[in-house]
Design a protein around this ligand. Structure first.
Ligand SMILES: [Zn+2]
Length: 92
């Protein structure tokens, strides 16, 4: 089940590759950082701030360096509000 997760200020959705494929209507799921394909049952993180899906390894690497910028908040929020219902998540 996709769920919202909290790391700092970022709006994030933990979901499987399969859930992402359903949400975006794609047949394959590739991590937007390492470029590896994942199985529908593999978990990763949708990062609204980047509008990317990363596998957990890449997400943790990215998060260690990531900075949240208030000027990007509108972009992040609109991505999140677009995708969250597609993952069956209620926006707060
Ligand atoms: Zn990756």
């Amino acid at each position: 089940m996709a769920k919202q997760i909290s790391y700092g200020k970022f709006l994030l959705i933990e979901c499987t590759a399969g859930e992402l494929m359903n949400a975006v209507g794609s047949d394959i799921c590739i991590c937007d950082w390492c470029g590896k394909p994942f199985l529908p049952s593999d978990k990763g993180v949708y990062i609204a701030f980047l509008n990317h899906w990363y596998c957990w390894n890449c997400f943790l690497d990215w998060y260690a360096r990531a900075k949240w910028y208030p000027e990007d908040e509108d972009y992040e929020r609109s991505n999140f509000e677009f995708y969250a219902p597609r993952f069956g998540i209620k926006c707060q």
